[in-house]
Design a protein around this ligand. Structure first.
Ligand code: ADP
Length: 425
């Protein structure tokens, strides 16, 4: 039976990246690595900001990944280093409780989250000591999930170092998404382009404000339909409880919620809660300052985007003659909804998406959390070269900073492999 994750015999001599990482490891720690683990980044083709509302999304693994070289020892410590000097060395005792400074997210917190996740899941009483060098090729804070890949990679490292493995069912559960394969249409490719504005989710409150707005919208809709609003946290749960279609949910949003932003007072009055309860039960630590909430717009985005994911999948499954045009239209509608209703775009991303459409894309949209980061565009295969040239000339070359980043910022996304452990063999 195949193990999860797959364990692959490899030779660092045959792979330049592994060879370089091995050299760095040996220089740093004076010994050879015992194994390597990698986890890929991913690009979300459609379905933005709806996973935390309980809806499915459509991601594709990309070639860019987080790779880690590891040795195991009796030091009683976890030693971390990174090939990128921006990410500083860090050492922690295996028995120490991990504390996280919320306002200052350091790279090693993500790694230690992966360690802790596996320690709890596999009930490891005493973690093995280990030394690691991490190297990533996923542009960070750009919507390609570099931080999730880092957490997953650290989880794999911890499993392997402590000789644990997960059954397949658990592996899927370990990832945030339920997995069904979707066949993408022939004749089109996806191109990723980074607008070169970084948005670090953990260091800003944009993302959490949206999470909170969706939670409040959930309660307001539940309340209006006589459901027990205290029990419901996600917009998808209201749909399930009402046994309604997504179209019916969109009608319900129009009927129950007004487009003007809601004040705290109005929400408290409608839900019958005190201002104190509002702050402690509905808001997160970094959203206490927010005074107005756009509940109508956020709920509209979520239910319509959830419907677009289902339509996207159904076009891929049924492969009608005009598949590419239909999928492109859905991507364009998704971007408009993110920009206008969810307000998670930024001027640079909007400009880039416009340039992509003018350069031959059938569909183009922001991907990932937004407020910066990448766009994903669908291009008929025969137009890829002229597309890349046109985007280069219109978006990257006129600006020296973007021009310097172009090589790692504009690329055809090839579907990448999954997470894996490598041993020299
Ligand atoms: P993303 O959407 O790419 O996950 P986030 O802003 O959520 O963006 O996370 C980015 C953070 O992930 C970085 O600030 C850093 O802490 C961590 N990270 C990403 N790539 C690496 C890497 N190669 N090495 C170490 N840490 C990394």
């Amino acid at each position: 039976m195949a193990t999860n994750p797959p364990k692959i015999k490899t030779s660092s001599a045959a792979n330049e990246r592994l060879r370089n990482l091995k050299n760095t490891f040996e220089t740093k720690y004076g010994e050879a690595p015992l194994f390597y683990a990698c986890a890929p980044g991913r690009v979300n083709l459609i379905g933005e900001h709806i996973d935390y509302c309980g809806y499915s999304v459509l991601p594709m693994a990309v070639e860019q990944n987080i790779l880690s070289a590891v040795s195991v020892n009796n030091s009683g410590t976890i030693q971390l280093a990174n090939t990128n000097p921006q990410y500083k060395d860090f050492t922690v005792s295996c028995s120490e409780d991990i504390t996280v400074e919320k306002d200052n997210p350091q790279w090693h917190y993500y790694f230690l989250c992966g360690v802790k996740g596996i320690q709890e899941k596999c009930r490891i009483a005493h973690l093995a000591g280990m030394s690691c060098v991490v190297e990533g090729t996923i542009p960070p804070s750009s919507g390609l999930s570099s931080s999730s890949a880092l957490v997953c990679c650290a989880g794999l490292v911890t499993m392997e170092a402590n000789q644990k493995s997960l059954s397949k069912a658990k592996l899927i559960e370990f990832q945030p998404l339920r997995a069904t394969d979707v066949k993408l249409p022939d004749g089109a490719v996806f191109v990723i382009s980074n607008c070169c504005v970084e948005m670090n989710k953990a260091a800003s409150s944009h993302f959490n404000i949206r999470v909170v707005e969706c939670r409040i919208a959930t309660k307001m809709l539940a309340q209006a339909r006589g459901l027990d609003s205290s029990r419901l946290l996600k917009l998808a749960q209201v749909q399930t409880e009402l046994k309604a279609s997504l179209d019916e949910m969109l009608d319900l949003v129009d009927e129950v919620l007004h487009p003007e932003p809601y004040s705290r007072e109005e929400i408290c009055k409608t839900l019958g809660i005190t201002s104190e309860q509002f702050s402690t039960e509905l808001l997160s630590a970094n959203t206490q300052h927010v005074t107005h909430f756009k509940l109508h717009q956020r709920a509209k985005h979520v239910y319509s985007e959830a419907a677009r994911v289902l339509k996207f999948k159904s076009v891929c499954d049924s492969e009608p003659a005009e598949s590419i045009q239909l999928l492109g239209d859905l991507m364009n509608q998704s971007h408009a909804s993110c920009r206008d209703l969810y307000e998670c775009s930024c001027p640079e991303l909007d400009q880039l998406v416009d340039i992509c459409l003018k350069s031959g894309a059938v569909g183009s949209r922001l991907t990932g959390a937004g407020w910066g980061g990448c766009a994903v565009s669908m291009i008929p295969s025969e137009k890829v070269d002229s597309f890349l040239q046109a985007v280069r000339e219109a978006y990257y070359l006129p600006d020296p900073r973007r021009a310097a980043m172009e090589k790692q910022s504009l690329f055809v996304s090839k579907p990448g492999g999954g997470a894996a452990i490598f041993h020299e063999g």
